[in-house]
Design a protein around this ligand. Sequence first.
Ligand code: NAG
Length: 170
Amino acid sequence: MSLSRRNQLKSLLLLIGQVWLEKEAKEAEEEKMKHMEENCPPLSIPGCMQELQELCRKLHKQIDLVDDERYDMELKVNKTNKEIDDLKVKIQDLNGKFKKPALKKVRMSADALLAALLGSKHKVSMDLRANLKQVKKEVKEEEKQTGDWRKNIEDKAGMGGRKKMFETEA
Ligand SMILES: *[C@@H]1O[C@H](CO)[C@@H](O)[C@H](O)[C@H]1NC(C)=O
């Protein structure tokens, strides 16, 4: 991907992110207004002392209640934040442990690959696919004969086993 194309995509993603953030902020504001309308009716201040005291007591109670709720929510938020931090640490650890190996693309013909795997002295020049099919078929037939693939698996496993098969073929 060219540098200009990459920068173009990056700007596009940033723009989309910005639009989303703005939309989110607008929705949060609308929700807040809705909540206030539903839960906070306009205050009418009574004229007489007794009613005023009553109102103060009521408001005091409500403040206590809301503060309890706020405390519970803060606890939840703190707990979740701690979980997020722990997960971030885990991600860092994992990134450190599993460094993606720098793999190189190998362009090789089937023959060159076989020669590299088996050594050039074998001079194998068969079609790789046909060869692999052939090997699979042989394994199946041997399975039938022995009835237990486990008996053969060690011989077949790894490059040594493959090599043996190719050598007997070639
Ligand atoms: C939540 O965390 C903040 C900052 O770490 C702290 O000041 C606050 O007391 C905590 N709240 C609760 C309810 O534990």
